[in-house]
Design a protein around this ligand. Structure first.
Ligand SMILES: O=C(CO)COP(=O)(O)O
Length: 149
């Protein structure tokens, strides 16, 4: 991949896991541009001393901002340690973010083990590897029911 713009997001019960994981892989991160929701981003910055572009805190709109950045091609990898044991006030935003990662086919890791496998992928260093952009032209040029009559 030519440029890796990775967004990092962790719910409160997962932040310790995220920080430990980030510290373990901080050497690899030196070549990445880091983004994150507000609190996660601050903690990562403090932990490894690397600049993190911080969006708003998740419950204040940060998940939605990251989803928009993915849709605009500004973020091409997401590491999101979401909490499977707690429902949160911004659950719709969380679902929306996970959905947009799937819509735009970006690499997405929601567990430490999947993040481990992702960060060790040889494709990260392969500059000829490009994420396949889904073709939504049929969808965007479809005739809506109103246009068919
Ligand atoms: O709630 C979050 C993601 O859904 C994370 O937000 P913070 O990193 O601001 O705590």
């Amino acid at each position: 991949m030519k440029q890796i713009n990775v967004a990092m997001v962790a719910h409160d019960n997962k932040k310790a896991e995220m920080i430990e994981w980030v510290k373990t892989h901080q050497d690899k991160f030196k070549t990445f541009n880091l983004f994150g929701t507000g609190t996660t981003g601050r903690l990562i910055e403090e932990a490894i001393g690397q600049k993190v572009h911080r969006y708003l805190s998740g419950p204040l709109g940060g998940d939605q901002q990251i989803g928009a950045a993915i849709s605009q091609g500004e973020i091409n990898m997401l590491i999101f340690f979401w909490d499977p044991l707690e429902s949160l006030p911004h659950d719709p935003d969380i679902k929306a973010l996970l959905r947009l990662a799937a819509v735009w086919n970006i690499p997405l890791a929601c567990t430490v083990s999947s993040a481990d496998l992702m960060i060790h992928s040889t494709l990260l260093q392969d500059t000829s590897y490009e994420i396949k952009q889904p073709d939504y032209s049929q969808y965007t040029s479809r005739k809506t029911p109103a246009e068919q009559s």
